[in-house]
Each structure stands twice: as structure tokens, then as C-alpha cells.
Design a protein around this ligand. Sequence first.
Ligand SMILES: Nc1ncnc2c1ncn2[C@@H]1O[C@H](COP(=O)(O)OP(=O)(O)O)[C@@H](O)[C@H]1O
Ligand SMILES: [Mg+2]
Length: 202
Amino acid sequence: MPSLSLPADRQNLRRVLRAKRRALSPFAQKKSAQLLAHRLARLACIKNAERIALYWPVDGEIDARVLQKILRARQHHFYLPVLQKFPADTLAFARWYRCKPLHKNRFSIPEPVGRPLFFAQEMDVILLPLTGFDAQGNRLGMGGGFYDRTLATRNNLKQNRHGKKPLLIGIAHACQQVPALVSESWDVPLDMIVTDQKIFRI
Ligand SMILES: Nc1ncnc2c1ncn2[C@@H]1O[C@H](COP(=O)(O)OP(=O)(O)O)[C@@H](O)[C@H]1O
Ligand SMILES: [Mg+2]
């Protein structure tokens, strides 16, 4: 397959890959989620992370929320993205407690109601949903650019309280891999990609 860079190519590819992940059976989704979570839980960067940003899976996205159950005994705090109006169409992160209610945002994705909100740079690890990816760490999202906008200044940001920038780990079903994606100037590069089958260290 040739590398894809034109906006129309990106849109077509998103359509194909979204249909592919939505076609996974509930059993396949569950198995994929379990394999991913156990693979993530064995990583030192996850074991050592206090603040881990997850996301609420939609549209057949791989579900990393199982990680919260696997790691519960250890001292980890989990966060979910909360859409921000200022700066427009960026994400902040709020602590996720299973016992507390969530409310749906304008895309009908559940978000924590509670405050405080944290900036991306206050997370130790951010797990990003991938619509498509390649082995070089290029990420294709859903087309909204929310994570790109949120992390645009990552390289200029102050380091977090552990003296590190948040580690960006893209997660996906293995079937969402493509041979090559052309990244745009604004696409945020990932540090690692983890699927139900494999770890890609970039
Ligand atoms: N740092 C940024 N500042 C402003 N707009 C941005 C930024 N990053 C991305 N965008 C906008 O988001 C749109 C979608 O980005 P794209 O990378 O295609 O989506 P996704 O990352 O969701 O696949 C882009 O067309 C671009 O206009
Ligand atoms: Mg992008």
C-alpha cells in the first residue's frame, strides 16, 4: 500500500479502519482488551506511573479500562479526558472513580463530572486511541485533532513533577496497523504503541 497523506486518503483510511474495528465481535473485543491490559500492566513505565490517562472507548476502540482492575491493588490513579472550550477543542483530564457518575459530552462520550482538572503534562502516561498506526509510531486519530492540539506544545512544556514529560502510548487492535502513514506537521509523535499482539517501541 502506498503512503497516505492527502486529506481524502486519510478520510478513506479512517472509514476502512473504523469499520474493521467495529466488525470485531464482543468476544474478540473482550479478548483483545484483556491481552492489551495484561501487556500494558507488565511494562515498567506503567508500573511506575502514578497518573495514567485512559479514555472511554467508542466506535470499536480497544478498551484499556481493564487496566484499572488489574492494577487496582497498586497505587495508580486513573483519569479520563474532558473536552475543553478554552483552549478550543483541547483535552484536560479528570480523575475517574468507578463509583462516581459520568456525564456525556457533545460527542456522547462519558466524562467525569468532578473537578479538579489536570493538564496533559500532569499525567505520567497518556494512553491515546488509534484509528490507524504504522510501526514507525505515526498515529491516525478520528480526525478531530484533539490529542494533537492538546499535546502540541509538549516539547516546550515544563517537565512534570517526576521530571519527565508524559509518556504517550498509542493503543489499538493489531488489525489497525497499516504499512505506512505520512504524518502531518501537527501530528504528535508517539513514544510507544501497544496492541493486543505486540509492543512497538519507537
Ligand atoms: N496544534 C494544532 N493547532 C490547531 N489545529 C490543529 C492542531 N493539531 C491538529 N489540528 C487540526 O486538527 C485537524 C485534524 O487533525 P488530524 O491529525 O487529521 O486528526 P487526528 O489526529 O484526529 O487523526 C487538522 O486538520 C488540524 O487543522
Ligand atoms: Mg493527527
